[in-house]
Write a protein that binds this ligand. Structure first.
Ligand code: AHG
Ligand code: MN
Ligand code: MN
Length: 337
């Protein structure tokens, strides 16, 4: 008798590339250019994670002359991550504009190519202060279509669009494993990098944020400088008003804090503070992609008063207060705050 497993009963291995191709079929008229574009992001994030994984070693090797034999200056990881993303995405014909947290101005690529229809906006390395202490960091990205009638030499106009216009968004979290989470507006899917083969494999199909969680996530050291209602809202969570007494978790890398919130539920907040009246997080690179994923997973994301995805940006580096998480916590926030 054969010992072979019945192949029909085993879930097939799905790579992110296969998944994108399947998703694309659901969009009438979509061509392969979109999957080619996303492959630029998967390529870049694999290179970034490789660098992150040996971050503690690069100095040691550097001192021994193994690295930097040409006298190259050791690059900070966020500069490196930015260069890798710009490099990998510039090779995609369909991309006309790149806007990065690390660049003053959006970059125009493929000057004049009529095939360039997309802009990619990204935070190359989120939570970079956590690198030195071996704590999770991430990359966020957001993809927009060139608006009707906007020419190739007006790169700002490509990206100054409300988050509701994103056609895809996602992040990669470089944690105890490397996980890519993305959405093209049809649910949220997570892929774990198998380091042995270098492929992102579908591990979290159709991610849904729990209706309610057990954690709130905020930098409580700033509590005295939050608007009073925010501080009182946190008190409500601690006091059991929502039927349970919340515990807290705060990593200080938005991507990692949100990833936990997506899986476990709860609420993540970066409120306005005395020093940062508009909050700290950047609308285009951080808040928009995370808000897109939160909503796609059944959660909510607001700036304290309105939906993040409805905000019309006026400048590319603009900041916003940010509250994202499960329905129950966010409904209470909206009622109370
Ligand atoms: P970045 O490293 O891209 O500048 O972002 C850091 C952000 C975000 O990841 C995190 O939520 C927040 O900074 C933490 O700020 P505080 O140290 O003020 O809590
Ligand atoms: Mn960031
Ligand atoms: Mn950053």
């Amino acid at each position: 008798m054969s010992e072979h497993t019945d192949s029909a009963s085993v879930a097939p291995i799905v790579t992110v590339q296969q998944h994108i191709l399947q998703e694309q079929k659901r969009f009438p008229g979509a061509s392969g250019e979109f999957s080619w574009l996303l492959s630029g992001i998967t390529m870049a994030t694999k290179l970034i994670q490789a660098k992150v994984r040996r971050a503690g070693l690069s100095d040691i090797l550097g001192e021994q002359g193994v690295v930097n034999v040409q006298g190259e200056v050791q690059q900070k990881l966020d500069v490196y991550s930015n260069e890798v993303l710009v490099h990998c995405l510039s090779a995609r014909e369909s991309i006309g504009v790149l806007a990065s947290e690390e660049n003053e101005e959006p970059l125009l690529v493929h000057k004049g190519s009529e095939n360039a229809n997309y802009a990619v906006v990204f935070d190359p390395l989120d939570g970079s202060s956590n690198i030195d202490v071996n704590v999770s960091v991430g990359t966020t990205f957001s993809i927009l279509r060139r608006p009707e009638g906007v020419s190739l030499n007006e790169p700002e106009k490509w990206v100054l669009q409300p988050g509701s216009k994103q056609i895809a968004a996602g992040y990669v979290v470089y944690g105890s494993s490397t996980i890519l989470v993305y959405s093209v507006g049809k649910g949220v899917h997570g892929f774990t990098l198998d380091p042995a083969v270098g492929a992102y494999i579908l591990s979290h199909p159709n991610m849904r944020m729990p209706e309610q969680g057990n954690y709130y996530s905020v930098n409580e050291a700033y509590r005295d400088s939050f608007p009073p209602r925010y501080a009182e809202y946190i008190e409500r969570l601690r006091g059991g008003v929502l039927g349970r007494k919340y515990s807290s978790r705060y990593i200080g890398s938005m991507v990692a804090d949100f990833h936990r919130t997506l899986l476990k539920g709860g609420v993540f907040l970066y409120p306005p503070t005395e020093n940062n009246r508009e909050g700290k997080l950047r609308l285009l690179y951080e808040a928009n992609p995370i808000a897109f994923l939160a909503e796609q997973a059944g959660g909510t994301a607001i700036d304290g008063t309105q939906r993040i995805l409805d905000i019309r940006p006026s400048s590319i580096h603009q900041r916003t207060p940010f509250v994202a998480g499960s329905r129950v916590e966010l409904a209470d926030f909206e009622r109370f705050v």
